[in-house]
Every structure is written in C-alpha cells, then in structure tokens.
Design a protein around this ligand. Structure first.
Ligand SMILES: [Zn+2]
Ligand SMILES: [Zn+2]
Length: 330
C-alpha cells in the first residue's frame, strides 16, 4: 500500500506503452481481436453498465404508455434514476478513493489530492465544483436527450426492436454503443479544442488537470449539449430501449471510472479492477493529444496518439512545434 516518497511526488506512470487494440492490428490477429472484443473491452465495466441498463429498463424506467407523451413528471423520474446512479458510481468511487483513501496513492496518476482551496473552482473546492456541473447540468442534459429518444420510440415514431425477435441485432448494438460513443467522442472533443469553443465551454472540464470521479461529466452546458448528442444516432437507427439506456450509462457513468485518477481500483488487499484511463489522463495533463479513446483509435489516424512513453512525448512536442510554426507562417 505504501510507496516511496519520490514515486509519490511523481505519481504513478504505467510502465507499458498504451497499445492500439488487436482489433486494428495489421496483419490481422483474429483470435486476439475476438478475445479483446469479448473480454478486455467489456470486463468488468461494460458488463456492469449493461447489467445496470437491463435492471433500469425492467424496474426504473417509466412505462412505454406514459412515455408516449412528453411530460415533466416521467422525465423527472428518468433524471432521478440517473442522478441516483451517478451518485452511487461517482460518489462511491470518490468516497472509497478520496475520502476513505482506501488505497492511499497506490496507482494514482497524479501525486496530489483534489484541490480544496483553489479559486478556479466553485466554492474554491474541486470536488464540490465537479458535483455541481455533473448533477445540475450533466445529468439534466443527459436525461433530456434520453427522454426525447425514449419518447420517439414510445410514441411510435421509431420502431422498437424486440430482443426476442432480433437477438443478434441486439447483441451487435451493445458493441455498437461502445464504438459509436468513442468515435463520436473523438470528433466532438476535437471540435471543443477549437479555440472559440474551448474558451466558451471545454476550458471548464480542463480546469481539472488532476481528475477525480466527479470530474468525468463536469462540463459546461454547451459541452454537455454536444457530448450527449451521442443519443441522436438512435433517432435514425432503430434499437431496443435497453440500448438507449446503456448509451446514457456509458456516456454519463463510465467517465466517473475513467477519470477516477487511479489506474486500478484495489478492493480487497491488492485484488481489484482496472479503473482510470491512462490515455485520457495524458490528455488532461498535456491537452494537445489523445482526443479520443483507445476503443476507436482515431488519434492514431491523425497522428495525435501519445502512448505514454518518453519517445512518444518527444514526437508530440515536435508535432506541436511544427504545427505552431506552420500557423505562424500562414
Ligand atoms: Zn476528461
Ligand atoms: Zn480536452
């Protein structure tokens, strides 16, 4: 549990370079690709969010009949269900890692704890600031997008794809959620780094160089409008409502895990599960690369992939220098 003082100061840096998933390997590695798709990609968090989506659909989603007309009552219930789950996931991680400090700084990317006296945060407190933006703006815009999407299906404007009649399609759509979300995230996030949009909105998320679970969807409302527009695919591609709810959970809950600040969550002794996303941590630390996620490695395509190694860091710096000089020359 303890680390020597020098590694504490530096924070945890995973020794292995971040690799592109075997799905994209050339020459192809079909066995490794299938293994990745069936296990590494989804264990455990993908399955946890899928389980939560099924339970939510069965017990914590208004009936299709009541959702067939838009009304504040049932939309409020969708908001409440999402807010409670966000509180359980982000709040639970925050309690375990930052209040109870159950694993001290073991596998913590940034050696420091969250800010408690910094004027750039509301009430000078990073955690409270993050909770405010996540719950008041994030959860509300997420729930509105989700409610409009569910209404389109409940009112007959979109056909519901029954699981029993289209089980293979349902299965494929589960994977589609994860790929679509990360692909969509790259382009929305890249647009948010366009200076006018960055200054207006995305700067708020980047105030968190050192991230915690509540940082995940701590964003400006304009960023939330773009970020949760991920639901709009289901306005033209028919799915089952479980897929719609899963989309919300992957977009709204999984960032609490990826921003947790700890590469691994230790639950019993040193046993635990993977948590924080090193790839996205590097984005918070350095800003100018790793705009997407590893599941859909668009950064690799556009040369903004930083794998965490010193050589990659040098390449990224060189890339930035040439981009700047090209901009100055034009
Ligand atoms: Zn982030
Ligand atoms: Zn960013």
């Amino acid at each position: 549990m303890s680390q020597n003082p020098s590694s504490r100061l530096r924070g945890y840096h995973p020794p292995e370079p971040i690799e592109v998933p075997p799905l994209y390997a050339w020459p192809p590695r079909p066995v490794a690709a299938i293994r990745w798709l069936a296990t590494q990609m989804l264990v455990p968090w993908g399955f946890i969010f899928l389980g939560l989506a099924i339970v939510s659909w069965l017990f914590f989603t208004p009936s299709m009949e009541s959702m067939s007309t838009l009304s504040a009552g049932w939309i409020g219930l969708v908001w409440l269900r999402n807010a409670v789950l966000l509180g359980l996931v982000a709040g639970g991680l925050h309690w375990w890692l930052y209040m109870r400090r159950a694993q001290d700084r073991t596998r913590k990317f940034n050696a420091h704890w969250l800010a408690t006296d910094d004027r750039k945060f509301l009430w000078r407190n990073q955690a409270r600031d993050n909770v405010f933006w996540s719950v008041v703006s994030g959860c509300t815009i997420w729930s509105l997008y989700e409610s409009v999407t569910l209404w389109l299906y409940a009112s007959g404007r979109m056909p519901v794809m029954p699981v029993a009649e289209t089980p293979v399609y349902f299965g494929v759509m589960i994977w589609a959620v994860f790929f679509w979300s990360t692909f969509h995230f790259y382009f929305v996030h890249r647009a948010l780094h366009w200076p006018p949009l960055y200054n207006l909105a995305h700067e708020l998320h980047h105030r968190n160089v050192n991230t915690g679970p509540w940082t995940g969807i701590s964003m400006h409302p304009v960023e939330h409008l773009l970020y949760f527009s991920v639901f709009m695919l289901w306005w033209i591609v028919p799915v089952h409502p479980i897929i719609i709810i899963l989309t919300g959970f992957f977009q709204g809950l999984s960032p609490a895990v990826s921003h947790s600040g700890f590469e691994r969550l230790q639950l019993v002794g040193t046993a635990g599960v993977g948590a924080g996303d090193h790839f996205h941590h590097l984005h918070h630390k350095h800003f100018n690369f790793n705009y997407g996620n590893t599941t859909a490695p668009v950064d690799k395509l556009f040369g903004s992939w930083h794998d965490g190694t010193a050589e990659s860091m040098a390449r990224m710096k060189e890339r930035l220098r040439s981009l700047r000089s090209r901009r100055l020359a034009s």
